[in-house]
Design a protein around this ligand. Structure first.
Ligand code: FAQ
Length: 318
């Protein structure tokens, strides 16, 4: 018992000294579990996040837009793969992570349970959803676990491109016809609040924050990041000529930040618990993709086994 305590103290002093924790280092079991939970939820979010946008690849308005969107959706797949790999360094198999997603045991970001009903939604996802994701992920480049921090550096660079491709789509719509401007406003009306929810629950409802901040897994609270996101979005909305759907948005001279209205937390928890507009559809799509891809994994395993067998037979002969 005393041993564990001194190991934990030593671990905390390493974290406090800003030295990265690496896979073979000793770590408290709860630290490992928290990381597996967060990194796997993050990986699942990237993979499920391909679905709402994938819906528009064959309906993109021009070849240039299609190429941009295809590249973005492929990047999300890559992010999922880096993150699953980072998660595996903590001693969990990828199959188990997939089982957790497919059985509904693992969470993924609430935002991907909303539908993409118009082309402007693709712009709004880039501007707001990727924008919110970057706000959160920049701090994760300094997270205490080495493999996660290193994966985040590359992911953030790619997310910045995603944010700009989305904003550019909206900028083009903002200079278009009345109908296009209405489509832009409608998309912003639907994506604004769910984007604020992405940062996670507020105050004490954020049950993991205090411990994760102590371990420097998280560097800022959900509320701090949400506020930063609101503050930077105001000027960007002005350039687009859109109104953010919150009558309570107002600059506060005292705090130097924008005050904003009450988030509908009932809606948030409802979506997190699996009752959002697209939860069932999203999970069904992932389960179907996994089942249909089983033969590829089986073939790859059979090939690897055959190669290993040949290699061991060859070494016996030699
Ligand atoms: N949705 O105590 P906290 C992207 C859960 S990637 C669903 O505050 P924590 C790229 C939370 O898991 C977007 N559940 O938790 C892209 C916990 O439940 P549990 C994803 C949520 O971990 C863009 C409970 O509530 N980004 O968008 C959500 O300290 C465009 C209590 O919450 C990441 O995953 C939510 N929004 O803080 C792809 C970043 N929020 O596990 C395609 C990494 C909270 O106890 C297109 N993750 N919950 O059952 C993080 O930074 C953190 O995990 C937070 C939550 C900040 C998300």
């Amino acid at each position: 018992m005393a041993d564990i305590k001194s190991l934990e103290e030593k671990f905390q002093s390493i974290v406090d000294a800003e030295t990265k924790i690496e896979p073979k280092d000793w770590m408290p079991e709860a630290y490992r579990k928290t990381l597996i939970r967060q990194i796997s939820q993050h990986a699942h979010s990237e993979i499920v996040g391909m679905l709402p946008e994938g819906n528009w690849i064959n309906r993109a308005p021009t070849l240039r837009r299609k190429v941009g969107l295809l590249a973005k959706v492929q990047d999300e797949a890559g992010h999922g793969l880096y993150l699953y790999s980072a998660c595996e360094t903590l001693g969990i198999e990828r199959d188990e992570l997939f089982d957790q997603l497919h059985s509904g045991k693992a969470k993924y970001s609430s935002i991907f349970n909303y539908p993409t009903t118009s082309w402007a939604d693709i712009g709004a996802i880039g501007w707001l959803v990727d924008g919110a994701a970057i706000m959160n992920q920049v701090m994760l480049c300094r997270t205490s676990y080495g493999p996660y921090a290193r994966a985040m550096v590359r992911i953030c660079k790619e997310e910045s491109f995603h944010q700009r491709q989305g904003y550019e789509i909206l900028l083009t719509l903002s200079k278009g016809s009345e109908e296009q401007r209405a489509m832009l406003q409608d998309a912003v009306n639907r994506w604004w609040w769910p984007s604020l929810m992405m940062f996670g629950p507020t105050g004490k409802e954020s049950t993991h924050s205090a411990q994760s901040m102590k371990w420097k897994i998280k560097r800022k609270t959900n509320d701090e990041l949400r506020q930063q996101f609101v503050d930077i979005s105001i000027g960007q909305a002005e350039i687009l000529g859109v109104t953010l759907p919150d009558p309570d948005l107002k600059y506060n001279e005292e705090t130097g930040h924008y005050d904003f209205g009450e988030i509908d937390w009932e809606e948030f928890w409802n979506v997190v618990k699996g009752n959002g507009p697209c939860n069932k559809e999203r999970l069904a799509a992932r389960v179907k993709a996994s089942e249909e891809g089983q033969w590829v994994r089986d073939a790859a395993m059979a090939y690897a086994e055959k190669q290993a067998k040949r290699k061991s037979e060859a070494s016996k002969v030699a």
